[in-house]
Design a protein around this ligand. Structure first.
Ligand SMILES: *Cc1c(COP(=O)(O)O)cnc(C)c1O
Length: 416
């Protein structure tokens, strides 16, 4: 299957090119030329990994052989995404991977793809993270030969456990603490991708949520959810809107999902846009759900494309800090330990369910990743899982970087 640039539909590339390039001409996003329709009842019969294979091979059968794809799936997804009842609703837990966040799904599958598509050429993965992408990408690529990983993150704006998870790995993983916001980090990454000379010199590749290979992996757990409990309203806690894109793609392929709610924190560009049709990003503000502190969500063109091509509408809801805390307390009463991101999704779900509708909300991170705010808000200690405990004790290997494109450019070239 070919993938085309949403900004310049005449630019069509193979999956291999789309993965290695990340972005198309004019920073356009790649999108599959078709979304293969699948039979839900047939898929429901298959064991999990075979089901994943069936879903992915619709996109990838001319890129990887069936045995290769099967091996990639086994390596990328050794953990599950359980659907846990919470009152009359369901929590889709996406944090059972090695870095305790849903980004493990996309990052691990992307690493499997790139390792097989690089033709032995050196690769530099440059990515910006608002917290969890960095850890997921760093772990997914850690120790992979011929791949250099450089992660930018906003200094002081992510939690310490988050930082420790990816800034302590060393080897082929370099981490840069940028004096600025996540949007600044994203702008630096975009500038690097606009620089053809640099791109060729270091084999630049992005591993953030714009990479199509990550989205394909994320489609899988929306199918898991839809086959376990059909016809739910699904609330997606959103930052860059990659997760919501994958959910809409699953629905377009025939996954029985009733509709979606786009839940954001106070960085509410999308809910305001859905209400008044005006795209007016404000300055990014720091919130409890900091992995969603994004005011210029880079996957939005894909979401918009899916909505308009299917005639779907989307409900948007921005959840305040006070409501996020209250929502965590509601979850606690329902006997569920939530962290701020899933609490945003839960609140948006409760606010928008109609009579007789049942819903699910995505739990994108383990509560221990946000132990500080969780224990303050809920008044209980949150035990750290072993992986996190170990990381907390290691030295942080990050270097500092100004919010300065020339400085980053020099760094990337000098160390190459
Ligand atoms: C990245 C992230 C999100 C937002 O996901 P997008 O695909 O960028 O919308 C939500 N929650 C957590 C914990 C995350 O790490």
């Amino acid at each position: 299957m070919q993938f085309y640039n949403l900004k310049h539909p005449e630019q069509r590339v193979s999956f291999s090119q789309a993965v290695r390039q990340g972005l198309g001409k004019d920073q356009g996003l790649f999108f599959p030329e078709s979304l293969p329709m699948l039979d839900a009842s047939e898929l429901a019969e298959l064991p999990r990994h075979q089901r994943y294979q069936k879903i992915l091979s619709g996109f990838l059968k001319d890129t990887f052989s069936e045995p290769t794809l099967s091996e990639m799936i086994a390596k990328a997804f050794p953990f599950e995404a359980p659907l846990v009842p919470v009152g009359p609703h369901f929590a889709l837990e996406l944090f059972h991977g090695p870095t305790l966040a849903f980004k493990d799904f996309g990052a691990r599958f992307m690493a499997q793809c790139l390792a097989r598509l690089s033709d032995g050429k050196p690769i530099t993965i440059l990515t910006a993270t608002s917290g969890d992408t960095g850890a997921a990408v760093a772990h997914a690529f850690h120790g992979l030969k011929g791949v250099r990983v450089v992660v930018l993150y906003p200094e002081g704006k992510i939690s310490r456990p988050q930082e420790q998870l990816f800034c302590t790995l060393g080897d082929n993983i370099e981490t840069l603490a940028v004096e600025g916001s996540f949007d600044d980090c994203q702008a630096l990454v975009k500038a690097a991708f606009d620089d053809e000379e640099l791109k060729n010199a270091i084999g630049l590749n992005s591993a953030n949520s714009i990479n199509i290979s990550r989205l394909l992996a994320q489609i899988l757990y929306f199918w898991d959810l839809a086959l376990t409990e059909p016809n739910l309203v699904v609330s997606v806690p959103s930052g860059n809107f990659g997760d919501l894109t994958a959910g809409l793609m699953a629905k377009a392929m025939g996954a029985p999902i009733k509709r979606f709610i786009a839940a954001t924190n106070s960085n509410d560009t999308v809910p305001r846009y859905l209400a008044n049709g005006q795209w007016q990003p404000h300055a990014t503000v720091a919130t409890l759900s900091n992995a969603m502190d994004v005011s210029r969500p880079n996957n939005w063109p894909r979401v918009e494309h899916l909505l308009t091509s299917h005639g779907w509408s989307l409900t948007g809801e921005a959840v305040s800090e006070a409501d996020t805390k209250a929502s965590m307390q509601t979850l606690q009463i329902l006997d569920y330990l939530g962290e701020p991101h899933c609490a945003v999704a839960f609140k948006a779900l409760l606010n928008n369910l109609e009579d007789k509708e049942r819903g699910a909300f995505l739990c994108t991170a383990h509560p221990a990743k946000f132990a500080e705010s969780v224990s303050t808000i809920l008044g209980i200690p949150v035990p750290l899982p072993k992986a996190l405990q170990d990381a907390m004790e290691k030295p942080n290997l990050s270097k500092k970087l100004g919010n300065d494109w020339q400085q980053l450019r020099r760094y990337l070239l000098l160390q190459a």
